[in-house]
Design a binder for this molecule. Sequence first.
Ligand code: TMP
Length: 238
Amino acid sequence: MSIKKLNQIYEGKAKKVFATDDPSFYIVEYKDDATAFNGLKHGTISGKGVINNKMSNAMFSLLEKNGVKTHFVEQLSDRETVVKAVKIVPLEIIIRNVAAGSFSKRYGVEEGRELKCPTLEFSLKDDALNDPLINDSHILALGVATEKELDDIRKMAFKVNDVLKEFFASIGVKLIDFKIEAGRLPNGEIILADEISPDTCRFWDAKTNEKLDKDRFRRDLGGVEEAYQEIFSRINNK
Ligand code: TMP
């Protein structure tokens, strides 16, 4: 694909987004920067950008094969990928299979408790407000998404969970929870966007429950780079 990278249109905590000479496509560039607690904690995870780029692309390809439409188009380099230009729906879409993190805190449930069924929750993507939890009724009332979009997002999120849970189980990893984002194509269709990586998922080793994700950075557990490498090499050796 011959595509020209133009001006930067957005810089997030872990990625930059660039316009291209084709308005249907953006180029995303993954950084090694890591933040936690809404930017309060800053650091660098060496090599993270390369791993997250390649891993996300592998996960999006797997999901496409299983009927989930995603923004993934083509990997350009170690850190750069061409994606479909979408408008991000300002929601963090979170699926949980096992209690952990903010869910455990909020409901007083020990981390690691298997949930009776997968749960879905939404947070409003708004750094100034600290990404507050938001329910379906609020989403509709505020016009963040329509009923039909919410329906499509819910179906997509549970389908992503089914596909990823099975895939990670096959490489000895429990998918505890994850966050995805949805984008709107110009025709209004909802597709999967953003990334799927150890930044946005909790992965525990199936045998030892060792954490293989960004919680190692958030909680100062050490072995951060090694955890990202471990997940990536299990995916590559599959
Ligand atoms: P939480 O337990 O802190 O709410 O996180 C749930 C999942 O969402 C976990 O896999 C980490 C991911 N996540 C993000 O990708 N970005 C965020 O800003 C937060 C808070 C969580």
